[in-house]
Write a protein that binds this ligand. Sequence first.
Ligand code: TRP
Length: 306
Amino acid sequence: MGKIILTGDRPTGRLHLGHFVGSLRRRVELQNSGEFEKIFIMIADAQALTDNFDNPEKVRQNIIEVALDYLSCGLDPEKSTIFIQSQVAELCELAFYYMNLVTVQRLQRNPTVKTEIQLRGFSENTAEGDTTQRQGIPVGFFTYPISQASDITAFRATTVPAGADQEPMIEQAREIVHKFNSTYGETLVEPSILLPTNSACMRLPGTDGKAKMSKSLGNCIYLSDTPKEVKQKVMSMYTDPDHLRIEDPGKVEGNCVFTYLDAFCRDEHFEKYLPDYKNLDEMKDHYRRGGLGDVKCKKLLIAVLE
Ligand code: TRP
């Protein structure tokens, strides 16, 4: 039997370069590798509601945004089936049956659920009068690993490309598969996670140099940004705070412009946009020595990103 991919995103906002580097670019490669019999890319709107139940309009609007972002990256509907989770009602049905196979205690031990409870301000024992915490943990949120197992197994997925944060989710799905198969007979396919390959691929810092590109930090470059917005954001990007004059030696480590160039720039870009250098290593050496200004580096990055 051929290999089948299922993966997806919660439509809670437009996708940004962090998503592109962390997952979208890889998906397009996998799609075009010809290695997979089928590829399903799911817009997880029902899952998005588990922690946005009070904002359905946001989720609804972002379904189309995420779909457009997918297409703009090169996900091709001829090769990959892009679908909306809530439109496949059987996924809920299946999750309902899976609920009998998972204990409350097991869900409580799921590390992703644990961290997300904190992250989203769902508290287990909210002190009276504490308005910073939302009241309690919604059952739908608590059980979303079960729903995710149903997304994966319903399509007989063998392969789930996802970040390390999703590992406990896939582990949960595998446990459900074992339990189901041993109780009712061999039926379900056991999935495995496909983690990003190189470390540069995993996390892109925000334009402010903070560890992560994130909507709440306001440090994102969105796939849907106009050329003008991209230019503005790159021009105000965090570089090396000690690189004051062009002649000063500069640091490329922790310098966003170079981190982004590492992620996006290829040798042929130099020929096209900055023939002073043959490749990024040459340019980095010059920056380290001193004599190369930030603006020149930023202009290259803008050209590459466009
Ligand atoms: N949990 C994933 C996220 O937060 C989205 C998702 C839902 C998913 N169902 C999935 C990912 C199935 C992989 C497989 O981004």
